[in-house]
Design a protein around this ligand. Structure first.
Ligand SMILES: *Cc1c(COP(=O)(O)O)cnc(C)c1O
Length: 376
């Protein structure tokens, strides 16, 4: 496949797509995806078939990959999530959904008879994951802000005390960015004397910056989580969807299986694994460091506070959860939703103030909103 072999119409189609993608990226406030990255120093790697086949911590016979960088990425997040020393493991996934699938898979292997509990605000992928894993689950009510209803959780678990508890905690729900408090969940388990339990934290949305908030939300290993999944293309930003899952190594060891063909351990969901996405995440954390990530979180929080204030000034009943970068408001007219690519659910829409979103964009959004005759 040599360069410049495209027929003219195909080359034109590609150009057209490029222009459309660029223009759609500009007015994009409704999904939690950062767009302010520049990974051009990594372009030469597109010439190679990077594949981190198998376990990142066990070398493979297939040498064209980015394992070293992947290990550094996992180690960075294990540290940030206060994973137990010498008892952590993880890998770079294809996104938050795969990380959740992995956490639930580990939980099922540990507790095959376990019952999964998750709130009604949980991401749609979790139900699919449970279906794939053939795990039974119970949906728990949410409080008005989208956080799990702890009373309903306690009551429901108490009726199933004979079963191990597998808890899927949301660290930032999709619609309102509510965080389930892992410490409170742990307290409920203790109160009900549930010995066999597993807590997986779905941090796809805000897991990557919750560690920088003060007070620090209860979401990580030190708070009681057994595994945490985050998305890499959301808060950090990447051209390819990706994520990280961190789990306890001792748990992973129970499902590890050595495979001669790849010369590594079969510990991940997929066989071949994207070797480019670890490079993006590695590059981002090396360039930004903890201080840079913290700064991104601060910026996002400030813009979100600004958006709530401005929307309220304009008579729109916007609100956000504490320390959230997601701003929720009643559904605007379809034309506005389309222009700004706003998701909507049960009469609510949201803006996600990702690190690339600035006050000018918020102002421009509010201007289109207030110029619509039927706005709200
Ligand atoms: C985005 C998201 C997911 C899914 O993550 P992907 O990276 O899109 O696979 C899961 N849970 C929550 C809360 C999310 O916001």
């Amino acid at each position: 496949m040599k360069k410049n072999r495209l027929a003219a119409p195909d080359a034109a189609a590609l150009q057209q797509l490029l222009a459309r993608v660029a223009s759609c990226t500009k007015d994009f406030l409704g999904y939690p995806v950062s767009k302010d990255f520049d990974y051009s120093p990594l372009l030469p790697f597109l010439q190679y078939p990077l594949n981190n086949l198998g376990d990142p911590f066990v070398p493979s016979t297939y040498g064209v990959g980015s394992r070293e960088m992947e290990k550094e990425v996992v180690s960075f997040f294990a540290d940030l999530f206060r994973a137990p020393e010498n008892d952590w493991w993880g890998y770079v996934t294809n996104g938050g959904s795969e990380g959740n699938l992995y956490g639930l898979y580990l939980a099922r292997e540990l507790y095959p008879k376990g019952m999964v509990y998750y709130s009604e605000a949980t991401h749609y992928s979790v139900q699919k994951n449970l279906h794939l894993l053939n795990m039974p689950g119970i949906i728990i009510r949410t409080l008005p802000n989208g956080e799990i209803d702890y009373d309903d959780l306690e009551h429901t678990i108490s009726m199933n005390r004979h079963l191990p508890v597998i808890m899927l905690a949301n660290i930032g729900t999709t619609m309102t960015e509510a965080r389930d408090d892992v410490k409170r969940i742990k307290d409920i388990l203790r109160k009900l004397a549930i010995r066999h339990h597993y807590i997986h934290a779905d941090g796809a949305l805000s897991g990557s910056y919750s560690a920088f908030l003060a007070p620090r939300p209860a979401f990580d290993f030190a708070d009681g989580a057994d595994s945490i999944a985050i998305s890499g293309h959301k808060f950090i930003g990447a051209p390819i969807p990706c994520g990280v899952v961190v789990a306890k190594k001792s748990n992973r060891d129970r499902i590890a299986r050595s495979v001669a063909y790849i010369g590594s351990m079969d510990t991940t969901i997929t066989g071949s694994r994207n070797g480019h996405s670890p490079l993006f995440l590695w590059y981002a954390i090396k360039c930004l460091g903890v201080a840079g990530l913290e700064e991104r979180a601060r910026h996002s929080l400030a813009v979100a506070a600004y958006a709530v204030e401005r929307l309220n000034e304009n008579g729109i009943a916007a609100w956000r959860n504490r320390d959230a970068i997601t701003v929720v408001f009643p559904d605007p007219p379809a034309a506005v939703r389309q222009r700004w690519q706003l998701a909507s659910e049960n009469g609510w829409s949201h803006l996600v103030c990702m690190p690339n979103v600035n006050r000018q964009q918020v102002d421009a959004f509010i201007a289109t909103l207030t110029s619509m005759p039927a706005a709200i």
